[in-house]
Write a protein that binds this ligand. Structure first.
Ligand SMILES: C[S@@+](CC[C@H](N)C(=O)[O-])C[C@H]1O[C@@H](n2cnc3c(N)ncnc32)[C@H](O)[C@@H]1O
Length: 243
């Protein structure tokens, strides 16, 4: 089963009340877009198992639990939905590698700067982009993500948003992120409209503006994108010497 926030339609994906109501109705765990098994090659390539990870907008996905089974040592899961956080906190109370906190990604001031080696976002920026004041929400969220990442750390964004709609938000110089992009097929579409996930192992070469090259043929407009945003080290401080 697979769902996509690919159009904002009539649902208010940016609203905490919407998500609370939804998680009360649908208590069964569910992963949006992709399961960990499909994302594993990318997660293992960019995120060391010892990294302290922040999973933003965890919902009731199985992803974090699967990552712990695969050796990941510490995952802090946050979500705006109290219902989801209480449900998942209870379910995983016996797994010390998993922690849960109710929090809005636009204000994560409880965490100090440089708290995490990696941040994973599967569908959460997408939800904010469907809410009111979407550009403001996106810049608040990404500012917080950038602040919380250690230099050298990675923000991994799994989204339906192509570079035309996501790069203007991700490529702001203030974040100082080096960005790589992968495109993967939707579950069930491997080998049909697109090659298999295994053959998507190379990043797509991007244009100077960070967009898909003009001759790039997108076989399936409903594919998923993985943006790897690496926080670059601070440049050297230049000190002006008095003559
Ligand atoms: C599309 S779902 C994805 C859930 C999960 N990451 C997955 O892959 O299945 C988006 C999640 O973002 C959460 N969310 C929406 N706005 C949020 C915000 N401002 N702060 C934190 N979480 C938020 C929702 O409660 C929901 O669980």
């Amino acid at each position: 089963m697979f769902r996509d926030v690919s159009s904002c339609n009539s649902y208010n994906y940016g609203d905490a009340l919407y998500w609370d109501a939804r998680y009360i109705q649908e208590a069964e765990c569910f992963d949006w877009y992709q399961r960990y098994s499909a994302l594993r090659p990318f997660v293992r390539k960019y995120i060391p198992t010892s990294s302290r990870i922040l999973m933003v907008g965890c919902g009731n996905a199985v992803m974090s639990e699967d990552m712990v089974k695969d050796g990941y040592e510490e995952i802090m899961n946050i979500d705006i939905s109290t219902v989801a956080i209480e449900m998942m906190g209870r379910k995983h109370a016996h797994i010390p590698q998993l922690k849960y906190m109710q929090m809005d990604v636009r204000d994560m001031s409880l965490f100090p700067d440089d708290s995490f080696g990696s941040v994973i976002d599967k569908g959460t920026l997408d939800s904010l982009m469907c809410g009111t004041d979407a550009p403001l929400s996106a810049s608040q969220m990404l500012g917080e993500v950038s602040r919380l990442l250690k230099p050298g750390g990675v923000y991994m964004l799994i989204t339906y948003g192509d570079p035309n709609v996501r790069m203007p938000h991700l490529s702001r110089p203030v974040y100082n992120w080096k960005i790589e992009l992968y495109i993967i097929p939707r579950p069930g579409f491997e080998g049909k409209a697109m090659p298999s996930i295994e053959s998507c192992s190379e990043p797509i070469p991007l244009s100077e503006k960070g967009l898909l090259p003009p001759d790039f043929v997108l076989e399936d407009p409903d594919c998923h994108y993985i943006y790897i945003c690496k926080k670059m080290d601070e440049g050297p401080t230049i000190v002006a010497l008095n003559p």
